[in-house]
Design a protein around this ligand. Structure first.
Ligand SMILES: Cc1cc2nc3c(=O)[nH]c(=O)nc-3n(C[C@H](O)[C@H](O)[C@H](O)COP(=O)(O)OP(=O)(O)OC[C@H]3O[C@@H](n4cnc5c(N)ncnc54)[C@H](O)[C@@H]3O)c2cc1C
Length: 558
């Protein structure tokens, strides 16, 4: 059999994966990117509102750092946050040199809009299509550097031999064939897991695969209980109405026409951080001041011209998916699962605890977002820490010899695929997936308590058992989406259990994790990161200290 070898394999062609691949290739490495969907369909393409950097004359990286630390409810690691905020301006300028287009101010500078939790307008944007602009530019760079792309290949396994990573086993979706890809290093950049929830802004492909692969390789996931619910998504579809809509001056109203955020965050109102706004909305809805299970996003006072120039995409989405033109009527919105603060535990250079394995982007937890991410900081994380992971892989590969792995890993994967395809008469994966989505949304949503969390945990345990006997109706080899869905579901069930375990255990309220039975933040017991390991199919918790350098924890008010 042909032996396929690269110095570095990057799993994922979103912004983090592509940025990492480019940096590694610049050092002369042979780099390949494996992606289960076409690169420019990666979820990064959907990012709307923008990317943060302290470019303004009176802004500073220290102010950006303080806002991020406060936004994280003091759980973010301050050494990592400092790296991100210091490097943001030069990374944005580099992006621009690569060809990324940003909206401009009247003076011709990169325009910046206010975003939630930020003390300064520091979110650079391209209208409401920032991710689209950035991802296409990054893809051009990928092609320019001659990086090989395994398009529509789904990674099923990280191969670990003698305590180091040696490559991956992947399924080629259009033929159904399994392949071994050997490498000295692997970078996981597979994005978030939003699809474990029923209402989510995330793409169908955001199923947290890389986090599951890392768990199976014996690595810990960090801070999984922290799930960000975005305050403004369309009901039913979960389509996002960017925070930029509030950044441009949009209001949130309840059924009485009140700007209810005045009550919850008197000084910054709609521009409080996302956890605060989502909780306020949910409270209004639960206390009977909602409108058909939603609140209203009112943009009418911004005027047609501003809406059409700065928020044209979300206007189109509101018209197509909610039947409402924001120029003439308020848009019904509610909170929806949006972002994974937790992920594979890595250091500031993207290194995991396993030699040769690196992670970056939403699948990693550095941790720069702690208990709550600020809008505009995730695109920034993909660029800064994608670049750093690529550079540290280059250093690692220079000092490491290529060692292929035996074909037993491939044989094991072939055997499991054959067994799944052969099984008949079992339950459908779609039924199990729906019950998982319902359990996570109903029992592990914005407001949590021990009774609900326990119900959710028991449900997921039951679903994990049922999953083992699930059977597929599609037995074909060519583009078998049901087979892909089967593997994604397995990872999502593991991730759901990690989220629930972390949430049950953390008896306090911090950032996005809000326990009605423990409503206060408890720094004495819980100013620490949660780690979760998978051992023999069961999960085990552990803890790690938070890095606190410049800002001592204080009460968080907006
Ligand atoms: C609607 C929306 C709007 C957003 N707006 C903003 C914003 O304005 N500002 C901001 O800062 N953040 C925003 N975010 C968050 C931000 O866009 C994401 O966190 C970020 O883009 C994630 O990038 P990534 O490279 O980590 O992953 P992704 O872009 O999600 O890419 C994941 C990649 O992994 C690949 N992959 C996954 N599993 C496998 C597998 N098993 N085998 C092979 N390949 C695999 C996929 O094919 C894909 O290429 C938004 C998110 C959403 C959902």
């Amino acid at each position: 059999m042909l032996l396929v070898f690269h110095d570095c394999i990057v799993i994922g062609a979103g912004l983090a994966g592509m940025r990492a691949a480019i940096e590694a290739a610049r050092s002369g490495l042979d780099v390949a990117v494996v992606t289960k969907i076409y690169p420019v369909r990666s979820h990064s393409v959907a990012a709307q509102g923008g990317i943060n950097a302290a470019l303004g004359k009176t802004d500073s990286w220290e102010a950006h750092m303080f806002d991020t630390v406060k936004g994280s409810d003091y759980l973010g690691d301050q050494d990592a946050i400092e790296v991100m905020c210091r490097q943001a301006p030069s990374d944005i300028l580099e992006l621009e040199k690569m060809g990324a287009v940003f909206s401009r101010s009247a003076e011709g500078m990169i325009a910046q809009r206010p975003f939630g939790g930020a003390g300064y307008p520091r979110t650079c944007y391209l209208a409401d299509r920032t991710g689209h602009g950035m991802l296409h530019v990054m893809y051009e760079q990928l092609l320019k550097h001659g990086i090989f792309i395994y398009d529509e290949w789904h990674v099923l396994k990280l191969v670990v031999e003698d305590g180091e990573v040696r490559g991956v086993v992947a399924l080629e979706l259009d033929t159904g064939k399994l392949h071994r890809l050997h490498s000295k290093a692997v970078i996981v950049a597979t994005g978030g897991y939003g699809r474990v929830y029923r209402t989510t802004t995330n793409a169908l492909s955001s199923t947290g695969d890389g986090m599951g692969l890392a768990l199976d390789a014996g690595l810990p996931l960090m801070d999984m209980e922290f799930v960000q619910f975005h305050p403004t998504v369309l009901p039913r579809t979960g389509i996002l109405m960017t925070e930029g809509a509030r950044g441009e001056g949009g209001f949130l109203l309840n059924s009485k026409g009140e700007r209810f955020m005045e009550k919850y965050a008197p000084s910054v109102k709609e521009l409080a951080s996302r956890d605060v706004v989502s909780r306020a909305e949910q409270t209004e809805i639960e206390e009977g001041r909602g409108v058909d299970g939603c609140v209203l996003l009112d943009l009418r006072h911004l005027g047609a011209e501003k809406i059409k120039s700065r928020l044209s995409q979300i206007r189109g989405l509101a018209m197509d998916f909610a039947g409402v033109d924001p120029v003439v009527s308020p848009v019904p919105v509610k909170p929806g699962a949006h972002y994974s603060m937790g992920g594979i535990a890595v250091d500031k250079d993207g290194q995991t605890a396993l030699p040769g394995l690196f992670a970056a982007g939403e699948s990693a937890c550095v941790s720069v977002h702690g208990a709550n991410r600020l809008g505009g900081n995730s695109l920034l994380e993909t660029i800064v820490f994608g670049r750093r992971a690529g550079a540290s892989v280059a250093r690692y590969c220079e000092a490491t010899e290529a060692k292929p792995f035996p074909d037993s890993a491939l044989k094991d994967a072939c055997h499991s695929v054959a067994m799944v395809l052969k099984r008949s008469g079992g339950e459908s994966i779609y039924a199990i997936r729906k019950e998982m989505n319902d359990a996570m949304e109903d029992f592990c949503g914005i407001f949590r308590n021990s009774v609900r969390l326990k119900k959710g945990y028991e449900k997921i345990r039951e679903l994990r058992e049922r999953y083992k006997k699930a059977a597929l109706t599609d037995k074909s080899e060519c583009f078998n989406n049901e087979l892909l869905g089967y593997f994604e579901l397995g990872q999502m069930l593991d991730i759901s259990e990690c989220i629930l375990l972390g949430a049950m255990n953390r008896e306090e309220s911090r950032g996005s994790h809000s326990r009605t039975d423990f409503p206060k933040r408890d720094d004495e017991k819980w100013l620490r990161h949660t780690l979760v390991y998978k051992e023999n199919g069961e999960f085990r918790l552990d803890y790690r200290n938070v890095s606190i350098t410049k800002f001592k924890p204080q009460e968080r008010k907006y």
